[in-house]
Design a protein around this ligand. Structure first.
Ligand SMILES: Nc1ncnc2c1ncn2[C@@H]1O[C@H](COP(=O)(O)OP(=O)(O)OP(=O)(O)O)[C@@H](O)[C@H]1O
Ligand SMILES: [Mg+2]
Length: 242
């Protein structure tokens, strides 16, 4: 076993991509999941595709990193389609050298037994059974390891606490111009300004944006995709096309 593998400092974050855009809203949600993680050793954030589970997990990781002597480690499973490769993917994310599938699970269990860290298992849904099995084994064998999983469906293993992520909050129909009144509007406005510096929420655009984000069900990915087209289409045409 390489002694250097999975040795982080308290509060260190490993494998997380730098955020290129601002995180909008959901302060209470971050608090709540951070609280669940002090109580439970496995918390799974569930919700439909594009609901913001992965982005949220990164924010929660930042919030709780100081609790873990060996830091927080991201294992991204979105691109893993073969269940037999889950353990190797997680091992590789933790800096454990490449090993055959069975050996990877053993090496992980051995290494993590001596670590105090948070493992973020991101996008488990494609390999849910394998992720659940590995997670169960690691939690049993490593007392000081906690797991924050994101998945469209829960892992369904013993000890799992779940957090079902709701859509971004929608605007009050009576006050659609108040971006602080709606996370969905705030996200749209931020991304629209990035796409078109002249975009502003005003008496004309705000009611249209309010309808638009409501029609997109407050889903962050859909809101970002729509906002990216604001320069070409303008908000009224965007609304027409949705
Ligand atoms: N609260 C937020 N503030 C700013 N951007 C957000 C927020 N939530 C999500 N996003 C953005 O919306 C997009 C989709 O979010 P994300 O990838 O986290 O969704 P997901 O639920 O993990 O989707 P999938 O199920 O496909 O993995 C990303 O570009 C992300 O940065
Ligand atoms: Mg995701």
């Amino acid at each position: 076993m390489e002694r250097s593998a999975v040795t982080g400092a308290t509060g260190s974050m490993h494998g997380f991509p730098a955020a290129l855009t601002s995180f909008v809203g959901r302060a209470g949600v971050v608090d709540e999941i951070a609280g669940q993680l002090s109580q439970y050793r496995l918390v799974t954030v569930t919700g439909p595709g594009g609901a913001g589970k992965t982005r949220l997990a990164g924010e929660v990781a930042k919030r709780v990193a100081g609790r873990f002597a060996d830091g927080v480690w991201l294992a991204e499973l979105a691109a893993v389609r073969d269940p037999a490769k889950v353990a190797a993917a997680v091992a590789s994310a933790l800096g454990i050298r490449e090993l055959p599938a069975v050996a990877a699970a053993d090496a992980l269990a051995q290494t993590l037994a001596r670590r105090q860290l948070l493992l973020v298992l991101d996008n488990c849904e494609q390999v849910i059974d394998a992720a659940a099995e590995l997670c169960g084994r690691l939690l049993l064998g490593a007392d000081d390891v906690r797991v924050l999983a994101t998945s469209r469906e829960p892992l369904q293993i013993a000890g799992e606490a779940r957090y079902r992520l709701a859509p971004l909050t929608l605007p009050d129909p009576d006050n659609p111009a108040d971006p602080d009144g709606s996370e969905a509007v705030a996200l749209f406005a931020d991304r629209a300004r990035r796409a078109d510096a002249s975009f502003a929420l005003d008496g004309e655009t705000a009611p249209v944006v309010a309808r638009l984000v409501a029609r997109l069900d407050g889903m962050p990915l859909a809101i970002e995709l729509a906002a990216a087209r604001v320069e070409a289409l303008g908000v009224a045409q965007l609304l027409d096309r949705i």
